[in-house]
Design a protein around this ligand. Structure first.
Ligand code: MN
Ligand code: MN
Length: 452
């Protein structure tokens, strides 16, 4: 690096791009992103994320884990200091916006068999119409057995879709309405068949679909009641641009941070404190439930670590003394809609990991704000290691807003700050991330684990 560190950080207004910052590191950036793309192409649900991560860490000594019902997981690596001095936590969520099947999903209309859905998280409904979709999930049978399905990802198998109205007839029911009214949740029905069982008396197509489900997956209609079936965009992660500088994928929010945290934990050496990577579910619907960040799973994990290390600890006291990163994405300055951002404080694609001091909306409501002293320490480790970073506030004041899991962990009294890459098309079926931001995110989480 020829430039002086000070010139890069002279002023947030005179930021330089992450590509300039990491000039000469293209090989490392691409190697990291190749692995990330494999992860993103295979993993579309929280369950799949937990399974994949378990498989990956199995190859490394020194990383242990505690799993929460297949949908959340805490990974950890021992540090030099005792647990009583606190731990380092990187928390990310592994659920993404999607369409869940209703518990009674299957019906037939107009000689087409369809599955009813209830959307999960903040989606723009029209983005899910007329595109290839896949079904991922688990069906639990009464006898205790489970059937895991992934249908619609391979070229050799069929996919699913939701139909959309032809433009010729869309005037009244779509074009003349507000976008929020034009697309209704009850119309997000998945097409699953149209070939009738010619021997049946009624509901011939539904009957044929049920026969197929029985034959191919041993699933009865009532089994939908005890299932977690998620409809997600079909297809792998792809490089974007003539220069392949970006990655398009479903679920960068927040599996880009989850992957960076896992890789950082694997590669981190000489840890001063025990480091924990906590991957949680249900963030997109408010961190609810027994697998979300509001559950007491983190406490349980700290108990477990204490037991394994033979350390007599009280989890709440350990957590009070801990430092954390709420590893989540932010929105990048949108070139097509710049008016929703306040440019001086908006994160930019390609400018490194985004450190977000506070989130929330309408007067920081719902935010867990990082205090000045903690921001200073975070800044110091990023600058010390010459890691591309920027700050970002999600949109203009009163334009909207959002929150993360930070406030739920802050309840324990730990220091916590939001940090992750800034995305374009956030929450869309195909989100855009910059390779240099993804790599910077990994470097930053690793620095957080390794620095005193
Ligand atoms: Mn998120
Ligand atoms: Mn989100």
């Amino acid at each position: 690096m020829a430039e002086k560190k000070t010139s890069k950080n002279k002023s947030r207004q005179e930021r330089i791009s992450g590509w300039e910052w990491l000039k000469g590191k293209n090989k490392e950036i691409d190697a990291y992103c190749q692995e990330y793309m494999s992860f993103m192409s295979e993993v579309k649900t929280e369950r799949e994320a937990v399974d994949y991560v378990k498989k990956v860490i199995g190859a490394y000594k020194g990383i242990e884990y505690l799993e929460n019902r297949g949908k959340a997981i805490a990974l950890w690596k021992k540090g030099k200091a005792g647990l009583k001095e606190g731990i380092r936590i990187v928390v990310a969520h592994i659920d993404s916006p999607r369409l869940d099947l209703k518990v009674n999903p299957l019906y037939e209309d107009t000689d087409i068999a369809m599955l009813k859905t209830h959307y999960y998280g903040g989606i723009k409904k029209y983005q899910w119409l007329a595109r290839p979709l896949a079904m991922h999930g688990r069906i639990a049978k009464e006898d205790g057995s489970v059937v895991d399905v992934v249908i619609g990802e391979r070229d050799s198998e069929p996919c699913f879709t939701i139909e959309d109205l032809l433009p010729h007839l869309a005037q009244k029911v779509q074009y003349n309405k507000k976008v929020s009214d034009a697309f209704e949740g009850e119309r997000l029905n998945i097409i699953v068949g149209s070939r009738p069982d010619t021997g049946a008396k009624e509901n011939k197509v539904k009957k044929a679909v049920l026969d197929l489900l029985k034959r191919n997956y041993n699933i009865e209609e009532e089994d939908f009641v005890s299932a977690d079936l998620e409809i997600v965009p079909s297809g792998p992660a792809r490089e974007i641009g003539l220069d392949s500088s970006m990655i398009g994928a479903y679920g960068h929010d927040d599996r880009s941070c989850a992957w960076a945290a896992v890789k950082a934990l694997i590669d981190a050496k000489g840890l001063p404190f025990t480091s924990v990577v906590l991957l949680v579910d249900k963030e997109e619907i408010g961190s609810e439930g027994n697998t979300g960040a509001k559950s007491r799973f983190l406490e349980e994990a700290v108990w477990d670590i204490g037991e394994k290390l033979g350390s007599d600890i009280i989890p709440s006291r350990v957590l009070f003394r801990s430092l954390a990163i709420s590893a989540d994405v932010n929105g990048a300055l949108d070139p097509d809609y710049p008016e929703v951002h306040e440019k001086t404080n908006a994160a930019r694609l390609g400018y490194g990991i985004c450190v977000t001091k506070f989130t929330g909306s309408r007067g920081k409501s719902g935010s867990s704000e990082a205090r000045a002293e903690y921001m200073a320490w975070i800044r110091s480790i990023l600058n010390k290691r010459n890691i591309p970073w920027q700050t970002g506030e999600l949109g203009k004041i009163d334009e909207g807003g959002g929150g993360t899991v930070a406030k739920y962990l802050a309840e324990y009294g730990m220091e916590i700050v939001d940090m992750g890459p800034a995305l374009l098309s956030m929450h869309a079926p195909f989100e855009i991330a910059s390779k240099v931001d993804l790599y910077s995110t990994y470097l930053a989480y690793r620095a957080f684990m390794e620095e005193k």
